[in-house]
Structure formats: C-alpha cells, structure tokens
Design a protein around this ligand. Structure first.
Ligand SMILES: Nc1ncnc2c1ncn2[C@@H]1O[C@H](COP(=O)(O)OP(=O)(O)OP(=O)(O)O)[C@@H](O)[C@H]1O
Ligand SMILES: [Mg+2]
Length: 255
C-alpha cells in the first residue's frame, strides 16, 4: 500500500481480497431471513421491533437501510450481526441456521465473519488508534508480531498511518470513524454492518467515510449500512425502507 496515496482514495486492497466468499459457498445470498420477528416485552405491552421480515442479501451487495426513528433499523442490524436473537423466524448466515449455533460458535461468527461500525465510534478513549484496532486480534489470540503487522496494514488502508499513536480525543470525527472501520476490518470479515456511520460527521467527512466503505465493498465485502441521509443511500445498490418493523419498500438502485 502506498501511504502517499492518502485517504480516502487509497484502495484498501489489504482488506479487499479476504472479504470474498469462501470457496465452495453455494448460496449467492450470504444473509437469509425468513419470517423474522423480534418482540420486546415491556411489562404488559409488546413492542414488535421486527415484524415478520423476510430478506435475502447477496454476497458482495451494498444495501442501505432507511426509515423513520423506531422503525427497527438497528434491531435488524443487530440481528444480522448476531448481537440479538430473533423471537421467531430463521436466520441463515452463509447457509447456516444461526439459531442452531452454540454460544461458542456464535462468538466465533461475530469475531471472524462480521464487522460492526457505530455512529459514535465506540472507541476506547485511553487507548491509541493502534491499540483500539489491535483489540479484536488480542481477543482472537493472535501473536504479537502478527498483530502489529495487521494493525499497521489496517491503519494504512484507512489512510491513518500518521495518526497511529493518537488517542481518540486527538483525532477528528472522520478520523475516529476510520479507526472504527480499521478495527471492524482487521479480522477481515466478509460482512460489514454500519449503523449510521456518518451520523456524527459533517458532510465532507461523511463523504470520505462513504467513499472508504464503497472501496471496501468493491473489494468483495458485503456492506449493510443504516442511514438517514438520502445522499448516502444513493451510493448503495439496494435500498430497504422500513416502517413499524417491516420492510415496506425494497429498491434496486443500480441493478
Ligand atoms: N431493548 C429494547 N427494549 C424494548 N424496546 C426496544 C428495545 N430496543 C428497541 N426497542 C424498540 O424497538 C423499536 C425499534 O427500535 P430500533 O432501535 O431498531 O429503531 P431504529 O429504526 O434503529 O431507530 P433510530 O433511527 O432512532 O435509531 C422501537 O420502537 C424501540 O423503542
Ligand atoms: Mg437505530
């Protein structure tokens, strides 16, 4: 990688190739939800945060999820990311029924298959950019030398080599989000889920983050992004509109 190319134009090839499908994978859809509901019980009343959602997402697709506040976007993303479990229905990830996985297998899926990017970055404030990006590798039990190299490559891929030793409070919002993306990608997941990743950023930084995510998607990564911003949704190949826990509209933007 050429650091001189700078962000966000530097194609993060370091992530790109690993993000493609496992050899022999038969199903073009990496994600299949069938009649998925998520019901929260609040005392006497029920909240149907997801209401009978059926959905297939193709490997390598770029999907934007839009819809009013409370329509179930984050709940859907959390289910896709195996952070939350459906109350009913089935979720197949890479052909495997998620509900049949053991806790250990689920943890493995979350660690290796899926990356998460959050609106408010979720970085650890007292740790440097490098250390934040290193954390998933530590949890995965990687050797020190391998960790160092992967962190270096990940920060370079998001154009942050010169900020390696900065803490989050010494970074701009866009830079923080690039650390968040490097951390999400350092385990080379095949799916990246982003919940309003540009929600706290000004237009220019937001555009840079979207350009970076698009580059990752072009490298084979399946990208699912929640956004309130129609300009950002325009970059997706497919836009899902949610209302009251259901998908009320599903549009292929660039078939
Ligand atoms: N842990 C919870 N317990 C009870 N109800 C919840 C819980 N989490 C979410 N909800 C409810 O489920 C519905 C969907 O919430 P969700 O967070 O998915 O919405 P959203 O579309 O992401 O909204 P926003 O755009 O504001 O982020 C809301 O009505 C919310 O109040
Ligand atoms: Mg939300």
């Amino acid at each position: 990688m050429n650091p001189a190319a700078g962000p966000p134009g530097a194609p993060p090839a370091a992530f790109g190739t690993a993000a493609t499908a496992a050899p022999g994978a038969r199903d073009a859809a990496v994600i299949r939800l069938d009649g998925v509901s998520r019901v929260y019980l609040m005392g006497e009343s029920q909240v149907r945060a997801l209401d009978d959602v059926t959905l297939a997402i193709a490997r390598g697709d770029f999907v934007a999820i839009m819809g009013p506040s409370g329509s179930g976007k984050s709940t859907l993303l959390n289910v896709l990311g195996c952070l939350d479990t459906p109350t009913s229905g089935t979720y197949r990830l890479d052909g495997e029924a998620v509900e049949s996985l053991t806790e250990d297998q689920l943890a493995e899926v979350r660690q290796r298959k899926i990356g998460f990017v959050f609106q408010s970055y979720h970085l650890i404030g007292r740790m440097t950019a490098a250390r934040n990006v290193e954390l998933p590798l530590i949890f995965a039990g990687e050797e020190t030398q391998a960790r160092r190299e992967k962190v270096r490559v990940a920060l370079e891929a998001v154009g942050l080599t010169p900020r390696t030793h900065h803490r989050p409070d010494q970074l701009s919002g866009g830079e923080r989000q690039r650390v968040g993306i490097a951390r999400a990608m350092v385990m080379r997941p095949s799916i990246l889920l982003a919940d309003e990743p540009t929600g706290n950023l000004d237009t220019r930084s937001g555009d840079e983050i979207v350009a970076l995510l698009e580059t990752l998607n072009r490298g084979g990564l399946t990208l699912v992004l929640v956004t309130h911003d129609p300009r950002i949704a325009e970059h997706a190949r497919r836009v899902l509109r949610m209302r009251d826990g259901s998908i009320e509209n599903d549009t292929e933007v660039h078939p």
